[in-house]
Design a protein around this ligand. Structure first.
Ligand code: GDP
Length: 423
């Protein structure tokens, strides 16, 4: 009995850990503010300590490169993926090179996302690449939240952009915030779930001050909250019950309904702000935690190669066989880095790798620099990992663990049966 108990505890532990992981991408039409937003996110989460002037239009890659993010180990985290911590959650941000369609690189990056932020410009609205990147995310079943950026700019019209998202992107969406002021007068945001106003103080907007809803937006807030409840009700039966009976909807119930609707991709919550003016980024991060799924809420399947490609649902369990996808190879300062998304099992320093094409072991590999969560718990993303020189043509590989605890079926070599992932 105590053995069963211990097993249960172990199970609960990894589920709890994975509950607090988000693997997200940030997608946008060029110039909407993806780089600025990413940088602000890394700043507010303490991942970087300074806000830099935005240079060039090279996108996140160039930016992250230049920032020397990972000092302790002298490893610069590069464009493919980075991580940060927000309120006890680990948020892994995976770069999605979104502008081109149907390339292996884009497809792999999208496939490893559990959720995404779609950045739209409140002046430019839904643009050509907004449509492309959104279509890609839809194709891969990636739930998303929208962020209407640049509310400080002349001509900012978030409501128009929201309507464009409904018509051009076919989003079933509603605002979860109402701005307080626009353009030069953009001051803060009212959270329609909590019904609190939120202001951003300090030179970088790092101090959040919450207060009552100011009277000049009260009417708008009432209207937009009703709209939010109505739109979510259309796709969520539980909320619909209270809505149709005209019952007051509590913040918690509304939050849960938005979460269900967003994760099932029936709804897109719309956030607003100005990344550049340091307003609205932290609430958006809360939205990522609240409304985007954790790894085990997303169904991922793999084909079991030992069982004539039988389709298996991956659990995220670290004691399962390793299933990972190498989604990006990158030349780093220390050689070639391979970025992995781990779906199940665990990977750790000292593991070796077998090229599944040749069946050969690759020597001296897996110089694990740092792995997602606690040595690479399944479901988490592993970043800046491995020096490996195979796999030009096919990024599939397998890893053999030498530690007993991860053996499956007590085989000598970890039975990594799976490599082909499907979604
Ligand atoms: P990306 O191409 O989507 O990565 O966009 P960038 O983050 O490089 O931003 C493009 C330009 O818009 C830069 O000049 C930014 O300074 C500017 N920008 C980004 N966010 C905002 C914002 O919230 N307000 C204003 N006014 N400008 C912004």
């Amino acid at each position: 009995a105590s053995l069963a108990r211990a097993k249960e505890d172990k199970e609960a532990l990894w589920k709890e850990t994975l509950d607090k992981v988000r693997n997200i991408g940030i997608s946008a039409h060029i110039d909407s503010g993806k780089t600025t937003l990413t940088e602000r996110i890394l700043f507010y989460t303490g991942r970087i300590h300074e806000i830099h002037e935005v240079r060039g239009r090279d996108g996140v890659g160039a930016k992250m490169d230049s920032m020397d993010l990972e000092r302790e180990k002298g490893i610069t985290i590069q464009s493919a993926a980075t991580y940060c911590t927000w309120k006890d959650y680990q948020v892994n941000i995976i770069d999605t090179p979104g502008h081109v369609d149907f390339t292996i690189e884009v497809e792999r990056a999208l496939r490893v996302l559990d959720g995404a932020i779609l950045v739209l410009c409140s002046v430019g609205g839904v643009q050509s690449q907004s449509i492309t990147v959104d279509r890609q995310m839809r194709r891969y079943g990636v739930p998303r939240v929208a962020f209407i950026n640049k509310l400080d700019r002349m001509g900012a019209d978030p409501w128009k952009v929201l309507n464009q998202a409904r018509s051009k992107l076919r989003h079933h969406s509603a605002a979860v915030q109402v701005p307080i002021g626009l353009e030069e007068e953009f001051e803060g945001l009212v959270d329609l779930v909590e019904l609190k106003a939120c202001y951003f103080h300090g030179s970088n907007g790092e101090n959040i001050v919450k207060s009552e809803v100011p009277s000049n937006v009260e009417r708008l807030v009432t209207e937009k909250r009703r709209e939010l409840i109505e739109v979510v009700s259309e796709v969520d039966d539980e909320l619909a019950d209270s809505f149709l009976n005209d019952e007051p909807v509590s913040s918690d119930d509304l939050k849960m309904a938005i979460r269900r609707a967003t994760i099932s991709q029936k709804f897109v919550p719309v956030y607003m702000g100005s990344a550049f003016k340091n307003k609205g980024v932290q609430p958006l991060l809360d939205g990522v935690l609240n409304f985007l799924p954790c790894p085990i809420e997303v169904e991922n399947y793999a084909l079991d190669q030992n069982k004539s490609e039988e389709k298996v649902l991956l659990s995220g369990n670290p004691s399962g066989p390793l299933v990972a996808l190498a989604f990006k190879l990158e030349e780093g300062r220390f050689g070639q880095l391979t970025y992995l998304r781990i779906y199940e099992g665990i990977i750790k320093k000292g593991d070796f790798i077998i090229n599944i094409n040749t069946g050969k072991k690759i020597k001296g590999l897996l110089k694990t620099a740092k792995v997602g969560v606690d040595g690479g718990l399944g479901g988490a993303l592993c970043y800046d990992l491995v020096v490996l020189k195979v796999l030009e043509s096919d990024l599939w590989f397998k890893v053999a663990n030498d530690g007993r605890e991860f053996l499956v079926g007590d085989k000598e070599e970890l039975a990594i049966r799976v490599p082909r992932l499907v979604r």
